[in-house]
Design a protein around this ligand. Structure first.
Ligand code: MLT
Length: 314
């Protein structure tokens, strides 16, 4: 019966390479996760998955690209909580966040790492937080555009300390991290995925993690809470197709995603980067849709409560 309802082309999906839009610059955490998972999915599906970095406007430029793509499963988007937060921040979105996307499945979840350039005087959290309170206006903090995780983390940190940092926007935390390593900016709150290797390589200094527990891979870095700073943040990535993509195609993509999330090499890479999969019961398309809708409502309420109104951003 399913076969009758299915367009003929859907049965032979995928019939050509799949474009996977990453809405931030290459080398950042979204890009790293996309390439890792996409590579495995491509092998399962028997077609290459080619990453396309469509950066700009806090990830909304890439989302716009997906919203206008052919709904045939050959164009996909990886995105994180910023996709859900965007309607509360951007007044000029050209798509309806609630209806433009078909959730394929949740990918990974993990904390942020608040880090500084090595030349910054404080050597640990204990020294950093009082220093940041006094020096905030002179300290530059990098982010990946309005609504990006790095931006939300910078705002939450400022609120927790009662200060405002000088913000510097990049097209992703990949280039922001390069500037932190070279000392062009003072601070960056980035996902563990890309922050952990730099900390372990002694290229930057980790002051705190935004999880409730310390990370196994950064045992000497305290949680922000532990250091007396009220900053907690958990990020998550999901995979999306355009709305109108046939259910059998979405199911096939979901199956390939699940296979990637069970792969020992993928899991090892996640673990070493301080990030993880969701419990397997949350790997369904329905669980992703549920979380996505809940997060749209959550961000609308919390940003409105914080006095944030949607702005026109280009
Ligand atoms: C990126 O890949 O650049 C990040 O996901 C941006 C962010 O901080 O949200």
């Amino acid at each position: 019966a399913l076969g009758l309802a299915m367009p003929a082309w859907a049965q032979s999906f995928p019939s050509k390479p799949i474009a996977l839009i990453v809405p931030f610059a290459a080398g950042g955490p979204s890009d790293v996760i996309a390439r890792l998972v996409g590579d495995h999915m491509g092998r399962t599906l028997g077609q290459q998955i080619l990453v396309e970095n469509v950066a700009g406007a806090g990830g909304t430029a890439g989302a716009r690209r997906l919203a206008s793509a052919e709904p045939d499963g050959h164009t996909l988007l990886i995105h994180h909580l910023a996709l859900a937060a965007a309607p509360a921040l951007y007044g000029n979105l050209t798509y309806d966040t609630r209806t433009a996307f078909a959730p394929v499945g949740l990918i990974n979840t993990g904390p942020m790492v608040l880090a500084g350039k090595l030349a910054l005087p404080p050597v640990d959290a204990k020294a950093f937080f009082p220093y940041a309170k006094l020096q905030a206006e002179k300290l530059t903090i990098a982010h990946a555009g309005i609504g990006s995780n790095a931006h939300l983390c910078a705002v939450l940190l400022g609120q927790a300390l009662g200060v405002k940092f000088a913000q510097v926007a990049y097209r992703g935390t990949g280039p922001a991290m390069n500037d932190l390593v070279s000392g062009q900016v003072d601070l960056l709150c980035d996902q563990s995925t890309t922050a952990v290797p730099q900390v372990q390589g002694d290229k930057i200094r980790a002051y705190a993690v935004t999880s409730t527990e310390r990370l196994d891979v950064l045992p000497n870095t305290p949680t922000a809470r532990e250091s007396g700073t009220d900053l907690e943040m958990t990020i998550w990535h999901g995979l999306y197709a355009p709305k109108g993509t046939p259910a059998p195609v979405l199911d096939k993509l979901n199956g390939a995603l699940r296979a990637a999330l069970k792969d020992p090499t993928v899991l090892e890479r996640f673990k070493s980067a301080g990030t993880r999969t969701f419990p397997e019961s949350d790997w369904t398309r329905e669980a992703h849709a549920k979380r996505f809708n809940a997060e749209i409502a959550k961000w609308a309420a919390s940003l409105q409560a914080a006095g944030v109104t949607p702005q026109n951003v280009n």
